[in-house]
Design a binder for this molecule. Structure first.
Ligand code: FES
Ligand code: FES
Length: 907
């Protein structure tokens, strides 16, 4: 043990701790300064950054013994506070630098150290600094963060004043379409926005710490679990296996009726078999974290290993055994039939191309690992706090499994350090429920980054073959496709994902005749969960690369070929319905000067390039739909209060901006009441208080829950309205004994796309984009560098410009990762952020450009669509097309590692 007296944020503090203890633990758990976060815990992500004696360090890899008496440490709490913000904190808010906010405190701390040393850095020096100090952000695409530092430096140098760039709106203004700062930004930049692990430190003393015993094989029969030694570890209170589960021990995967499985194949704690690496076999519950870890080490598990099928083709092989006995490995199929039979058209067409493609098991890589806690409240209800982005779904999916009635399970979403979709599926909710039900005590569980990566779902790989035909003039005639979805061992939403194969294959173009077959396949690799774009990045990669191949065959420029074929008035989507806006032609018109300049720039660079360096330009159309398929419904409420109005919904927040979304819809609708935004109180994502707004997936929330919020506010206005056209006050409503709270519900006027034909009108809205990528390929070593990305988008009315820009930047950058570096395939290598290929700031160009058109959408009260998923629909295809344009290497299996580029070059 060590006693230390140090200057913490300028104040003298004394404490005693283990010399070997991580400084991050001392700061967070002993000194209570939770603005410092822990993401990876191993020095990769920078979320634990503090300044130690003027130097930036990562506190998760710094032992306390490195800190001496009288040392000075600065954390975010010492940089500024809500009443005395540092220029960096102001600038971060103004530039939308805090999306989920998990990286925010430590980026600001890191930037403070830079500006303390140099208040006039260049953009490149800022990027070098963040690269050197390993500051990662998975949400923002980095560029807004550099913008924020540059403006903060100007503020510090006195070249601008706060009022010059934080333009506050005049009282009474509408905030719709503005850069109004999201309500959570202030807490995020000051480090007071509590995430799950921060709340975990505020739980009652009798809370148990949980750790799980996980499988280290991918497929096997579970022969025995011996927990006796683990139970003897001092501090261990219980060791739970499937035998201790009070319910069915199954997650309900909500399978489609035509799914050949029952959707109940995923155990909470594995009982008979192991289906994938990382499966949970036992839960150790202890009075403290260390004892729980020690208990995990003592659990003995005997497994008879079985052949592991690590890809869709392997699991589809004739001799493959059934992963879930009684259910075929191909457990769901679908088919699209639009227009006439395609075979004769293909036979007679002058131009036909065909190719096969693979999109990888992309890992989500949020910087905050999965975390949650559970307890039983005084009414006997099971309350689970987690990162869920589908709180009502998840209560339904786990209730019977843990032994509760669905109506007695309530999920609350903690402030969430991003999910990008993985939390569309339950992760630890079932484990927490089982542990609390077995012990009657509150239980806390946090994953480390390796568990985050290996236990939670991934983007499902698609194995696709696609064929396309065009006539002599370059008009696309027909499309055929065949896609196999490797969904890992658990089916939940795998059927829905497979539907995306026909909904977005060829999207953006009028193709009259389409045939295709898709299938969902059980394998033993990481199970599939939703990931931003959900199906579009997987199927638009084939279609957007094949379009380039077809353009080449026809002899047209790929930009012109697309322009000729994109949706025009009267054209229909692959599912045979009218798009909700015919904006692609204008987006192409806007993009053309960028494309022409990019081609000219590439030609000039190629003319004077050093040996082996090649430059090229690629283009892609990006489309995604908004909504769960068919008549998607959402609910919200609005209530008059003494200080204004409270608005409640379950618009779960990955970090994308549910708070500003709800606020903007409510503020605009409640205009007759002349409320300032801060008079609207937001009540979000707590099933004990908020209604079923459906999950925050499929880019639906802005359109569907936005509408439900509008309806609730309209209903409230209607109730407040007096005969003379004025509105009752809260006091008048109470005096007249009137209801104060009003529900709102909205249902999309849509229809399913049945798996037999794939025809229908499944989405309440669509988002459209044209992406242009400019790359450098080093043909000596196969390395690709993305030099510039431009995205022209139409997401309908922009509800909040900062948020929409943020989604575009973030999506593009995840597209760069998908194109070049990201994967979860190798169970040894792909278990860290770096190993999985997360893009660092210097992997991303400081050259991301956004343009917009705003065609009003018919299904949203303010003309909006969604935003978050379209920018990841196909930027990776634009990059792959640019690689081909640069050097002639056509990579069809992602990611385009250097060796694949070299192999394609030699083809
Ligand atoms: S670098 Fe410390 S938590 Fe990631
Ligand atoms: S805002 Fe940077 S990780 Fe989410």
């Amino acid at each position: 043990m060590l006693k230390r007296t140090i200057f913490m944020n300028g104040s003298k503090v004394t404490f005693v701790a283990d010399a070997e203890e991580k400084l991050s633990n001392v700061i967070r758990k002993q000194l209570g300064l939770t603005g410092t976060k822990v993401g990876c815990g191993s020095g990769e992500c920078g979320t634990c950054t503090v300044i130690h004696n003027g130097k930036v360090i990562r506190s998760c890899i710094t032992k306390l013994k490195k800190v001496k008496d009288n040392d000075e440490i600065i954390t975010i709490e010492g940089v500024g506070s809500k009443d005395a913000l540092h220029p960096l904190q102001i600038s971060w808010m103004v530039h939308g630098g805090a999306q989920c906010g998990f990286c925010t405190p430590c980026f600001i701390v890191s930037a403070k150290a830079l500006l303390d040393a140099n208040d006039n850095p260049t953009r490149e020096e800022v990027r070098d600094w963040f690269q050197k100090n390993k500051n990662l952000c998975r949400c923002t695409g980095y560029q807004p963060l550099v913008d924020a530092v540059m403006d903060a430096a100007k503020l510090i140098r006195g070249e601008i004043a706060v009022k010059d760039f934080w333009k506050k709106l005049p009282e009474g203004s509408s905030i719709m379409g503005t850069e109004y700062i999201r309500p959570s930004a202030l807490a995020k930049v000051t480090g007071t926005w509590d995430f799950g692990a921060d709340l975990g430190l505020k739980l009652p003393e009798n809370t148990l710490h949980a750790k799980i015993v996980q499988a280290e094989v991918s497929h096997g029969n579970l022969l025995s679990i011996d927990t006796e030694e683990a139970k003897k570890v001092p501090g261990v209170v219980a060791v739970l296996t499937y035998k201790d589960v009070k319910g069915t021990n199954r997650i309900n995967g909500l399978a489609f009726p035509s799914n050949k499985g029952d959707g109940l194949e995923r155990p909470i704690l594995n009982d008979k078999k192991i289906f994938q690496y990382g499966d949970a076999i036992a839960i150790v519950l202890a009075e403290n974290e260390k004892a729980a870890h020690a208990g995990v080490e003592k659990v003995k598990v005997e497994i008879e290993e079985l052949p592991a099928y690590m890809s869709a083709p392997a699991a589809m092989a004739e001799d493959a055994i059934e992963i879930h006995p009684g259910t075929p490995n191909i457990y769901f199929t679908n088919h699209i039939e639009k227009g006439a039979e395609t075979a004769p058209i293909m036979d007679g067409a002058p131009y036909v191309v065909e190719d096969s493609f693979y999109t990888q098991r992309q890992p989500h890589l949020p910087l905050e690992p999965d975390v949650g806690f559970a307890y039983v409240n005084d009414e006997g209800q099971l309350i689970i706090h987690s990162k869920s982005i589908a709180i009502h779904f998840h209560a339904l999916m786990i209730a019977e499994g843990v032994g509760m009635k669905p109506e007695d399970v309530f999920i609350v979403q903690n402030n969430t350090g991003a999910t990008f979709g993985y939390k569309f599926s339950p992760t630890m909710e079932g484990l927490l429920g089982v542990a609390t039900m077995a012990t009657g005590r509150p239980v806390y569980l946090e994953f480390n980054m390796k568990q985050q990566i290996t236990y939670t779902g991934k983007r499902s790989p698609f194995w696709t073959t696609m064929k396309m035909a065009a006539d002599k003039e370059g008009k696309i005639l027909a499309l055929e496709s065949d896609w196999s979805v490797d969904h890992g061992p658990y089916c939940e939403f795998g059927d829905l994902l497979t539907q995306r194969g026909f909904q977005f294959g060829g999207a953006g173009y009028n193709i009259d005749h389409i045939r295709g077959n898709g299938r969902t396949v059980a394998t033993n690799h990481g199970w599939g969960s939703a990931f931003r774009g959900y199906g579009a990045p997987e199927i638009m990669f084939p279609s957007e690369v094949l379009i380039d191949e077809l353009a080449e065959k026809v002899g047209m420029d790929p930009f012109d070929f697309r322009y000729k074929n994109v949706y025009r008035e009267g054209d229909t989507t692959p599912t045979g319905c009218a798009p909700d806006a015919y904006c692609l032609e204008e987006l192409f018109d806007k993009s053309r000067p960028v494309y022409e300049l990019a081609k000219k720039t590439a030609a000039e660079k190629n003319a004077k390039a050093e040996a082996g360096k090649k430059y090229g330009v690629g283009v892609s159309v990006n489309i995604y739909g908004c909504g769960l398929d068919g008549p998607d419904t959402s609910e919200a409420w609005a209530e008059i209060t003494p200080r204004g109005v409270s608005v409640g919904n379950s618009w779960e927040d990955h970090g994308q901006g549910a708070d500003i979304g709800t606020l903007t819809y409510a503020h605009e609708t409640l205009k007759p009441l002349n409320l300032e935004p801060d008079q609207i109180d937001l009540v979000l994502n707590d099933m004990t208080k908020t209604p079923n707004s459906g999950p925050a997936g499929g880019s639906r929330s802005n359109l569907v829950t936005g509408n439900a919020t509008v309806v609730a506010c309209r209903n409230l206005l209607e109730a407040l309205k007096k005969e003379d056209g004025t509105y009752r006050t809260y006091e008048e409503m109470v005096a007249e004994g009137r209801e104060l709270k009003y529900m709102g519900k909205w249902t999309a006027p849509c229809t399913d796309t049945p798996p037999e034909t794939g025809q229908g009108n499944p989405f309440a809205g669509y988002m459209y984009g044209v992406c242009i990528a400019e790359v450098e390929v080093d043909t000596n070593n196969g390395k690709t560098k993305v030099e510039k990305m431009t995205l022209a988008s139409d997401v309908g009315t922009i509800i909040n410009k900062l948020v929409v820009d943020g989604q575009m930047y973030g999506g593009l950058v995840q597209g760069i990762g998908m194109a070049l570096t990201e994967d979860f395939e190798d169970l040894k290598k792909h278990t860290t952020l770096t190993g999985c290929g997360i893009p660092k700031i210097k992997d991303i160009p400081d050259n991301l450009h956004l343009m917009y058109t705003e065609y009003k959408r018919p299904n949203n009260f303010y003309g909006a669509s969604g935003a978050g998923e379209m920018p990841l629909a196909a930027p990776h295809a634009a990059i792959i097309n640019a690689i081909y344009n640069a050097c002639g290497a056509r990579v069809t299996h992602l990611p385009a590692y250097p060796e694949k580029v070299l192999a394609a070059l030699n083809n």
